[in-house]
Design a protein around this ligand. Structure first.
Ligand SMILES: *[C@@H]1O[C@H](CO)[C@@H](O)[C@H](O)[C@H]1NC(C)=O
Ligand SMILES: *[C@@H]1O[C@H](CO)[C@@H](O)[C@H](O)[C@H]1NC(C)=O
Ligand SMILES: *[C@@H]1O[C@H](CO)[C@@H](O)[C@H](O)[C@H]1NC(C)=O
Ligand SMILES: *[C@@H]1O[C@H](CO)[C@@H](O)[C@H](O)[C@H]1NC(C)=O
Length: 393
């Protein structure tokens, strides 16, 4: 009976109290405390509840408690009997009734619903990957990848561009490898490595070709076969470093010197050269063979080149015409009388004759003369003896 009455009053008071301002309620509370009605608990000060406001609230995290029954009224983001627990990870707000909308593993603030993105993600709802060059929590770490490498937005691990490797892509592929992840093997020969990015072979000195499988051509050596061999006297040149291996009898870096003193030859340099000094270039220091100057021939270089030949070793053929003499040294022609031109192929110009075409014809009646001897050539009908007027100058 008493309980029933009390309940009625409670309902009544609750209605009334809701309609009156707080300061009035405070006054009412004073009155109530004096009178001591159960119902008066509706106006307890903060932190108290129950009849005569004797009980202490146990609510946490800013929650208020119901003045009648002490039940906790949680703030946004909290739950539980005493409001001691945060909303579950996928919920937030008043009574944890709102659903979190953060994506990609982001969690939301249990009060405001604001997203806390997982490492590597950003944006209001964590929908975007970290901007290039950043990674990690709140995209606040900088990528350390070098040489064009990109980093995993979550972990910061570097993905290197082709040809690079290492934690921060700071190292070239090890020798013999190239390309993405340095996973390709160089296809090069003779000790060559290849370019760490393109795989192009980089030949060692002395080798050439796309795969470095060819030796330098004869006469060339070194890196890219760019150097000319300089070995003389049949010396062999190393295609790798250009070093000369001299043939027997020769010494010096370029095999330029005779092993024996001038005029001597043979293993012990006790043979005597028989070359005619003025017509020979050298006496082979091993065999004693004479190497003649151009125009000279014979075992001791005492003979001029045979007819119609000239030059070094008498290997060249003269081109002189019309019985001209050929210079055995340089092949130049000395024309016979009546001819001129480089190879003496042309007769003297009309009106001249003789050696070097230096003489003039002297024939009457416009007769021409022999280019060789100047004899007049009479036109038909003219008598030879009456018109011949051949004069030597
Ligand atoms: C390179 O390595 C990464 C990580 O190990 C891998 O994910 C990728 O597929 C590799 N790429 C190639 C072309 O092998
Ligand atoms: C090698 O010889 C060629 C032809 O004689 C010449 O053109 C070139 O410049 C030379 N190269 C060097 C590096 O001396
Ligand atoms: C060839 O040699 C002769 C005699 O030494 C000389 O007079 C002449 O000018 C030379 N000719 C040429 C084309 O060098
Ligand atoms: C001789 O010289 C002429 C003109 O200079 C030339 O046309 C001709 O080919 C030469 N002959 C030879 C065999 O060199």
């Amino acid at each position: 009976m008493f309980a029933y009455r009390c309940a009625l009053k409670t309902v009544f008071m609750a209605l009334v109290l809701h309609l009156i301002p707080a300061n009035v309620r405070q006054a009412l509370h004073l009155y109530c405390s004096v009178v001591g009605f159960y119902i008066c608990s509706s106006a307890c000060p903060e932190g108290r509840w129950g009849p005569n406001c004797e009980k202490h609230c146990q609510c946490l995290n800013g929650a208020t408690c119901d003045p009648w029954d002490g039940r906790c009224l949680c703030q946004r983001g909290w739950r539980g009997k005493y409001c001691s627990e945060e909303c579950p990870p996928d919920r937030y707000g008043q009574d944890c009734s709102e659903i979190c909308r953060c994506s990609n593993g982001g969690s939301c603030d249990h009060i405001s619903g604001e997203c806390l993105c997982a490492p590597g993600w950003t944006g209001p709802l964590c929908g975007s990957s970290c901007p290039e060059g950043t990674h990690g929590k709140e995209c606040s770490s900088e990528c350390r990848c070098q040489n064009g490498g990109t980093c995993n937005p979550t972990t910061g691990k570097c993905y290197c561009t082709p040809g690079w490797t290492g934690d921060v892509c700071g190292n070239r592929c090890p020798p013999g490898f190239w390309g993405v992840n340095c996973s390709k093997s160089c296809d090069c020969y003779n000790g060559a490595t290849c370019h760490h990015i393109t795989g192009k072979c980089e030949c060692l000195p002395g080798f050439t070709g796309p795969m470095c499988n060819l030796q330098c051509p004869v006469g060339k050596y070194g890196k890219d076969c760019a150097f000319n061999c300089s070995c003389q006297n049949d010396g062999k040149c190393s295609f790798e470093d250009g070093k000369c291996t001299c043939s027997a009898g020769w010494i010096g870096d370029h095999c330029e010197s005779r092993m024996c003193p001038d005029g001597l030859y043979g293993e012990d340099c006790n043979g005597r050269c028989e070359c005619l000094a003025e017509n020979s270039e050298v006496c082979h220091p091993w065999t004693g063979k004479c190497y003649c100057k151009p125009g000279w021939d014979g075992y001791d270089c005492s003979r001029p080149c045979p007819l119609y030949t000239y030059g070094k070793g008498c290997h060249l053929l003269c081109s002189c015409k019309n019985n001209a003499q050929c210079n055995p040294v340089n092949g130049s022609c000395s024309c016979a009388a009546g001819y001129h031109g480089e190879n003496c192929s042309e007769p003297c110009p009309v009106g001249t004759f003789g050696e070097n075409c230096a003489q003039r014809c002297n024939c009457r009646n416009r007769a021409t003369c022999s280019n060789e001897n100047g004899k007049c050539i009479c036109p038909p009908g003219m008598h030879d003896s009456s018109y011949l007027m051949h004069e030597k100058f």
